[in-house]
Design a protein around this ligand. Structure first.
Ligand code: S3P
Length: 439
């Protein structure tokens, strides 16, 4: 599919439900006793993989005609042994969080995934969950407990641990907290750099007992009291800020644009991109700020305007970790040089996002320098990029969408070899762009 130079983007859009919150809402509903309702669930492939896995482990999950999802949970401790392997597709969040759940149940489950997921490191969860007593076996030929397919034998009872995160990862934090739900005693995660806190918010909302404090070094200390009983909830999932990032940057870059993006989650642990774009000079207004389902939400009004280069501090990375590919595109059109560092985690996402973006941006005429932990981007000051290249999306939805937006501000169209990964997080992406007037 090709994306060419666009006239002004105009209108209102809604982006699909937040992927992180959608996964957690299914998992916690499946562990509550009774019926939960979920509104605004992201119906993307990653979340559907989580739904299928929770069904395979005993939860009753149905989508009503009105788009509301109803989940009858099995209760904490009640997950059943799945009959077949759990196919996680492209979804790292499903894999790592569900490994946490299985780790403290008396069941065995095998996790498999696509070519991208099978290259992503799992040792970061098998190590702490192993300390809690779970056992991991991987297929012969793969190294250690690092890569899928992996068979997890849960420990029941599991052993509570205190674990300091060696990398900033909400998935690792959440895996341990979810394992702690069915573990006697108190399980504690220490995070030196704060990461998205949806698990903590939603666990508390479902009735789990959590203690959250800050230690003498400024690290967040999160403790969960085990053998929790979760009460069913009505969850409303806000729009995903990581999906909103694409129309947001598109409206900043395409001359004459004015776009209103409604119902976007602005949780401070996710809102880094808005602040960075504003510091580059972007015209982004937050209106109608409100709390929906325990999460802060706003409508964003974004108008085209000139951008300047920027330098991001490593501390802000977790609050926008998935938004760097599209920020690199914004920087490629900004005036001056941008420098992004502290991005080592980008190398172990759905693709190596530093190297794939560096290669693709170079192919469409941008000037970039790849660093071990980041990227330097020399912007054009608003002059369209050359474009005209075919980009390999490498099974990475955010790479595909980033270069699609780059196509809107390029002299010659950009072709994406495979747009199908976009269905993992933003199935309506192409329709959304068309509704704003993009070609
Ligand atoms: C996620 C956490 C982040 C993010 C991913 C979703 C989550 O991953 O990149 O898209 O829902 O917890 P890490 O925990 O690896 O940073």
């Amino acid at each position: 599919m090709s994306f060419g130079a666009s006239g002004p983007l105009m209108g209102r859009v809604r982006v699909p439900g937040d992927k992180s919150i959608s996964h957690r809402s299914l998992m916690l509903s499946a562990l509550a006793v009774g019926e939960s309702r979920i509104e605004g669930l992201l119906e993307g492939e990653d979340v559907l993989a989580t739904a299928a896995a929770m069904r395979a482990m005993g939860a009753d999950i149905i989508r009503e005609a009105d788009g509301v999802w109803r989940v009858h949970g099995v209760g904490v401790g009640g997950l059943l042994q799945p009959d077949t392997a759990l196919d996680m597709g492209n979804s790292g969040t499903s894999t790592r969080l569900l490994m946490g759940l299985v780790a403290s149940h008396n069941i065995t489950a095998t996790f498999t995934g696509d070519a991208s997921l099978s290259k992503r490191p799992m040792g970061r969860v098998t190590e702490p969950l192993g300390n809690m007593g779970a056992d991991f076996t991987c297929s012969p030929g793969t190294k250690g407990n690092q890569y899928l397919p992996i068979m997890v034998r849960g420990a029941c009872p599991a052993v509570p641990i205190t674990y300091r995160l060696p990398m900033a990862s909400a998935q690792v934090k959440s895996a341990i907290l979810l394992a702690g739900l069915n573990t006697p005693g108190i399980t504690t995660v220490i995070e030196p750099v704060p990461t998205r806190d949806h698990s903590e918010r939603m666990l508390a909302g479902f009735g789990a007992k959590l203690d959250i404090s800050t230690d003498a070094d400024g690290a967040r200390v999160i403790s969960i009291h085990g053998e929790a009983e979760l009460k069913p909830q009505h969850v409303i999932v806000p729009g995903d800020p990581s999906s909103a990032a694409f129309p947001m940057v598109a409206a900043c870059l395409v001359p004459g644009s004015e776009v209103r993006i409604e119902n976007v989650g602005i949780n401070p642990t996710r809102a880094g991109l808005i602040h960075v774009l504003q510091s580059m000079g972007a015209d982004i207004q937050l209106v109608n700020e409100r709390i929906v389902g325990g999460e802060p939400v706003a409508d964003l009004i974004v108008r085209h305007g000139p951008l300047s280069g920027v330098e991001t501090a490593p501390e802000i990375v977790p609050a926008m970790v998935d938004e760097f590919p599209i920020l690199f595109v914004a920087a490629a059109l900004a005036k001056g040089t941008s420098r992004f560092t502290g991005l080592e985690e980008l190398r172990v996402k759905e693709s190596d996002r530093i190297s794939v973006m560096a290669k693709g941006l170079t192919a469409i005429g941008a000037r970039v320098e790849e660093l071990e932990d980041g990227l330097i981007v020399h912007g054009t000051g608003g002059t369209p990029l050359a474009g005209g290249a075919t980009i390999a999306a490498e099974l990475d939805h955010r790479i595909a969408m980033s270069f699609a937006i780059a196509g809107l501000v390029s002299a010659a169209p950009i072709t994406i070899d495979d747009m199908s990964p976009v269905a993992t997080s933003f199935p309506s992406f192409v329709d959304m762009l068309a509704s704003l007037g993009a070609k």
